[in-house]
Design a protein around this ligand. Structure first.
Ligand code: GSH
Length: 406
């Protein structure tokens, strides 16, 4: 069987797409050919290091960038403007040199000016020792409170209760109600301490305390609605926590290191096999329209297309549709359509005027497109592949282009 893809000539080439994407975003990653992950973020401060010198910090983190404890350290490094290198550890197959090096065998661990440190809290405090206390208040009294709250964030049981609630089998209604009440009372405690100092953060300025909590509260806020039908965001019981989320969103470092809701949902399902009882939180469609995010998503897709296409052909099931070279052409075409829509699409008709109707293309190609787009929509992970904002724009655009196929 053979067919041609109509209108493909009206869609830009990958080179053109990459160039226009790069004109609209400074975000770049390095490619890691043949390795997992296939790309890595470039720390925003790496240009501070002379070419003949090594950055002062080497961070060991998980290869999927799912680990909330690693996120804490990355967040602090970005906030403090410390240049660093990253070495990825595959947690499903940890190298022996790593388990020999780090007594807990967990990530994160870091070399800080040559000193090995492990446990996220210890790494955060060590970074304050070595690079100045920019994430702890100068005021002695508040500094002491900050240190105490950093400790509390580890020991107050909030995380354990939250994960117990998420993992509890839904059949056991009494236990669920009990865990929900426990979790709410932990959140009430957080609500209360957030109100202790003026402003939206835990202390009177952004600090390590915010960093200790943010990856966990983020994951909880993304997962409770989907797996337990319970909302933290928009819940009038937690005004301080909601104001805190809003304040965090203003911080560039936070936007670089955080995951998006869907990554968090997929991760929980994969990690613990929990079944959703509700829909995902709707994509933030306002955020998904920001050209910086759309361009970043298009840049990632265009620059890393070979890896993406190979992955789709191998893992999405699309290969059963027919001749692999034709299928490959169809995959490539729909990814270009997606990149084109990300850059040029804001509200406009889809590239080539493909808004459905009689001009529809060959059914096999349409099926190839549907599989490709549905697969990549949920395949990408933030921040492993791109920032959370870019991932949101990517998923929203995939939905749009996908809808145009039917
Ligand atoms: N208390 C540790 C917890 C670190 C941790 O649990 N890391 C997980 C990833 S999220 C890990 O390394 N898991 C691998 C394993 O359990 O073998 C910290 O704060 O650094």
């Amino acid at each position: 069987m053979s067919f041609s893809i109509t209108k493909s000539s009206t869609i830009s080439s990958w080179e053109e797409l990459l160039e226009s994407a790069r004109q609209n975003t400074p975000a770049r990653r390095v490619k890691r050919p043949g390795k997992s992950p296939s790309t890595a973020p470039i720390p925003s401060t790496l240009d501070k290091v002379p070419p003949d010198k090594k950055p002062p910090v080497l961070l060991y983190r998980d290869s999927n960038s799912w680990c909330p404890f690693c996120e804490r350290v990355w967040f602090a490094l970005e906030e403090k403007g410390i240049p660093f290198e990253t070495e990825f550890i595959d947690l499903s197959n940890k190298p022996k040199w790593y388990t020999d090096l780090v007594p807990t065998t967990l990530v994160p661990a870091a070399y800080i000016e040559g000193k090995l440190v492990y446990e996220s809290k210890k790494i955060l405090l060590e970074l304050e020792e070595h690079f100045g206390e920019t994430l702890l208040p100068e005021n002695t009294e508040e500094n002491a409170v900050g240190r105490e709250w950093v400790e509390d964030a580890e020991t107050n049981g909030f995380r354990d209760i939250a994960y117990k609630l998420l993992r509890q089998a839904p059949e056991n209604a009494n236990e669920l109600a009990y865990l929900q009440a426990e979790c709410e009372s932990k959140l009430d405690e957080i609500e209360k301490i957030l109100g202790r100092y003026p402003g939206s953060y835990f202390l009177s300025t952004f600090s390590l305390v915010d960093i200790m909590y943010s990856p966990h509260l983020d994951r909880l806020a993304a997962n409770l609605p989907v797996y337990r039908g319970y909302h933290i965001k928009g819940n009038p019981r937690f005004p301080q926590i909601n104001a805190w989320f809003t304040a965090l969103k203003q911080r560039p470092a936070y936007n670089r290191v955080k995951s998006d809701n869907i990554t968090n949902n997929l991760l929980l399902r994969r990690r613990f096999g929990i079944e959703p009882i509700g829909n995902s939180i709707p994509l933030d469609l306002v955020e998904s329209e920001f050209i910086e995010y759309r361009a970043e998503a298009a840049e990632r897709l265009s620059d890393n297309r070979e890896v993406a296409i190979e992955d789709i052909l191998k893992n999405s099931g699309v290969q059963v549709l027919g001749d692999i070279s034709i299928i490959k052409e169809g995959v490539d075409f729909h990814l270009r359509l997606l990149a084109d829509y990300l850059i040029n699409g804001n509200g406009a008709p889809l590239p080539g005027g493909r808004t459905g109707g009689k001009e529809s293309i060959d059914p096999i190609i349409a099926a190839t497109g549907a599989i490709t787009l549905a697969y990549v929509r949920n395949r990408i992970c933030a921040p492993r592949d791109m920032s959370a904002g870019a991932a949101t724009a990517f998923r929203a655009a995939a939905d749009k282009v996908l809808a145009s196929i039917y």
